[in-house]
Design a protein around this ligand. Sequence first.
Ligand SMILES: [Zn+2]
Length: 240
Amino acid sequence: MNQFDIQTAALSNRRCWQIARKTLRVDPRCAQRDQLQLYVARLHDALDTIGDEYLNDPDTVEDNTNKHHGILLAVATPMIAGAYLAGYRQTSAILDQKVSPATVQLIQAEAQGRAGYMASTMTQTTRERAPVLSGDPDSDQELTQAFRGGYTFSKDRAKAATTYEMVKGYKAMVERSLRASGQSWGKWWEVSDAHEVQDDCDLNEDAGVIPIGQEFPSGDQQEPQHLFCQCSVFYTRMDL
Ligand SMILES: [Zn+2]
């Protein structure tokens, strides 16, 4: 499986794309759902080769953190690059825009950098918290508990972070392609029904339609605003 599989799968699922009159509704979770699940399963399989026990063992945590980092990077990079490319290519196809090889290269490099940043951040957090276990594990119950629960470097967290980067990158590239069209596009934020507590996502929705390229009140250009954010950003032509 490579980064182009995700693009092919996404392209075959046009139901996720609704262009009605002047509005573009694209839901990356819908377009990539099946493929995303495949990749996440693959990520889990790869991470399973490590096992969970190292999380509780100060003697092996450094070795395993390095191993975990390598696996995460190797699996997540093509997933994230695939999402970036799919976002740009799909949108360009709808707009009848050519995608140059130079643009593809640029997007791939950007996505790779992003995947590297994500894996490094996770590894760094694990290292920072590891000494808690090497010292007196009872000294900071809460942190130790979080660590033992795999909060900092668990498979679930790796999955959540990778999914976040995929959706974020996918939509960032949708926007980049829309901007390359030279047309005037606006966007708005729709808060997901899954939102139970008031947060910055609500402020984003309250902002109404804003020009593409502008930040929502949370400082985000597009969803997700946080891990597990299920909100959606939609686009509309402003010059028609
Ligand atoms: Zn949200």
